[in-house]
Write a protein that binds this ligand. Structure first.
Ligand code: NAP
Length: 302
């Protein structure tokens, strides 16, 4: 082996250690927040649930314009009106993110009518909430089309202009279930794991693109209609998150350029435990927390 490569190999663990310590120390320092006053923010699924709170929070923190996408005009209109009444500029467009042609068409309309989107928030998602054998094939496909592929189309529609402008941010509202799946939501967990890989790949791919970055948020169960009826065994120990808190922490993460955000932060423990614990121990944790059976009472959005 060449002397140069041998030296590089020896230096590698030292460099790794240096970067881990440096990143740890930097994360302790208070970071400055990005100004949102020039940002045009598009939120998919912005009419209700976490998306609605995200729209309100971005507006509250000074965004120039907020654009909502979704399938149900009634809730899009209500949210847009509420935000406009508070004094911020907000508009909406009906768009199904699973429909590639519609995404590209509506993206063009947004560019012409509103301007360049500088922050894209991929939030829209659905859950079918059944086991593989109980699931209808079309429902399984639909979840993948909305939750995963929808993000491909929206990102392809808006990222090129962000790269041209050297200014932009792609945000994904993922889920802790992408890293710790549960039975009874196989469609959802698969789509979220796939979407996490998409975001990890995109984040690294944009590393050398000046001015454009990514944020992926992985929240625990949140109090919206999405998982209506789902019951955890110890709700006092594992209470659902409030959607307004998820929205607030997400906007903070975007403004401080944080790449990955676990909500609550204790979810890091779950991911670390999963990486080294034997399967039998993990199964015991799932049994104790009731995640094996939590989807038995699932009703979902009607
Ligand atoms: N709730 C939780 O426990 C939880 C936990 C972790 C992560 N999350 C994630 O947080 C995000 C928001 O979830 P939520 O709890 O706010 O759920 P939600 O209340 O059911 O809202 C989902 C939103 O997505 C929109 N949507 C669904 N399919 C769409 C499509 N094909 N095209 C465009 N918009 C579509 C819905 O609007 P329309 O139906 O009108 O289109 C709605 O606005 C999702 O990505 C979810 O996976 C939720």
């Amino acid at each position: 082996m060449e002397l140069k490569s041998a030296c590089r190999m020896l230096l590698f663990p030292i460099q790794m250690f240096y970067h881990i310590v440096r990143a740890g120390l930097l994360s302790l320092l208070p970071s400055s927040k990005k100004d949102l006053s020039k940002e045009v923010i598009l939120i998919t699924g912005g009419g209700r649930g976490i998306g609605r709170h995200l729209a309100k929070e971005f507006a509250k923190q000074g965004a120039k314009k907020v654009i909502l996408w979704g399938r149900t005009e009634k809730c899009l209109k209500e949210t847009a009106e509420e935000i406009s009444l508070s004094g911020s500029e907000c508009c909406y467009f009906v768009c199904d993110v699973a429909n590639r042609e519609e995404v590209y068409k509506q993206a063009k309309v947004v560019r012409e009518k509103v301007g360049d989107v500088t922050i894209l928030v991929n939030n829209a998602a659905v859950v079918h909430g059944k086991s593989l054998m109980d699931s209808d094939d079309d429902a399984l496909l639909k979840t993948q089309h909305i939750n995963t592929l929808g993000q491909f189309w929206t990102t392809k529609a808006f990222l090129p202009r962000m790269l041209e402008l050297q200014h932009g941010h792609v945000v994904c509202i993922n889920s802790i279930l992408s890293q710790s799946p549960i039975p009874g939501a196989i469609d959802y967990c698969t789509s979220k794991a796939s979407s996490l890989a998409f975001m990890e790949s995109l984040t690294l791919g944009l590393l050398y693109c000046r001015g454009v970055s990514c944020t992926t948020v992985l929240p625990f169960h949140t109090n919206t209609e999405m998982f209506r009826g789902m019951r955890v065994r110890f709700p006092q120990l594992f209470p659902p998150l409030k959607p307004e808190i998820v929205a607030q922490k997400t906007v903070d993460a975007v403004r401080t350029d944080k790449a990955f955000l676990y909500l609550p932060w204790t979810m890091h423990a779950l991911v670390i435990l999963k990486s080294f614990m034997p399967q039998v121990a993990l199964e015991e944790i799932h049994r104790f927390s009731g995640s094996y059976t939590c989807m038995n009472t699932f009703k979902g959005r009607t």
